[in-house]
Design a protein around this ligand. Structure first.
Ligand SMILES: O=C1O[C@H](COP(=O)(O)O)[C@@H](O)[C@H](O)[C@H]1O
Length: 223
């Protein structure tokens, strides 16, 4: 694990967006297409704003979420909504969104169809992860009902996930799919998350799910 500290959040967002763009360009040069997988939540918005204006062959980039809250797209809780509003606009409007939500009462009702849509876009070229202060990443929450299954090496691509801290039901990429990504970045801000990440290194994955991704990740932090 590599830990990068930035003088402030603005520098972090500019630098990391630039690094993500370079990695996407390298994947495009090598394969003619690239897959970018990103978190939702409150932290990555500024990176999305920067990326959306960068010159890149976006028409050959597939963008997907690491996880989604099972809420319709007009909900303020929808990660897909965040993606559409902050990333898939301007130059990045040409990218293809690989959906992680479909209109159905439960994630289980659409799991297979959504996984089928993801398969052609694997492995992920560039993975950006967030982390909660409870050490969850994607929707791999401590204490979640299907966490052990999602952490196992033979986990399916996608799993439904329910946890008290999660609020609504979730859908998430599993740990092996996330771990298979060519480039892995974890974006965290503030002292609480930094302390949580340092704790995670010494805890089992069931208590600190982010640990499942730490080995090959670069952590990007600013206060
Ligand atoms: O619920 C979620 O939380 C994490 C962390 O979000 P943040 O608001 O603390 O930045 C996020 O990475 C994940 O994608 C999201 O669904």
């Amino acid at each position: 694990m590599e830990f990068r500290t930035y003088p402030d959040r603005e520098m972090l967002m500019i630098d990391l967006a630039d690094r993500i763009a370079s990695e996407l360009r390298a994947a495009l040069a090598q394969n003619g297409r690239a897959t970018l997988s990103v978190p939702g939540g409150t932290t990555p918005g500024p990176i999305f704003d920067i990326l959306s204006g960068l010159d890149l062959d976006w028409a050959n980039v597939a963008v997907m979420l690491n996880d989604e809250r099972w809420v319709p797209e007009d909900s303020p809780r929808s990660n897909t909504r965040l993606l559409r509003e902050r990333l898939l606009r301007d130059k990045a409007a040409a990218a293809t969104l690989v959906p992680l939500y479909a209109d159905a009462p439960r994630p289980e009702d659409r799991m297979d169809a959504l996984a089928e849509g993801i398969t052609p876009h694997l492995p992920i070229d560039v993975l950006l992860l967030g982390m909660g202060a409870d050490m969850h990443t994607a929707s791999l929450f401590p204490g979640a009902d299907r966490l052990e299954e999602a952490l196992s090496d033979d986990a399916p691509i996608l799993l439904p996930m329910r946890a008290e801290a999660a609020g609504e039901p979730r859908i998430t990429l599993s740990a092996p799919i996330l771990r298979d990504a060519m480039n892995i970045h974890i974006l965290i801000t503030g002292s609480e998350k930094r302390a949580a990440l340092e704790r995670a290194e010494h805890l089992p994955e069931t208590e600190a799910p982010v640990r499942a991704l730490l080995k090959s990740a670069t952590i990007h932090w600013a206060d």
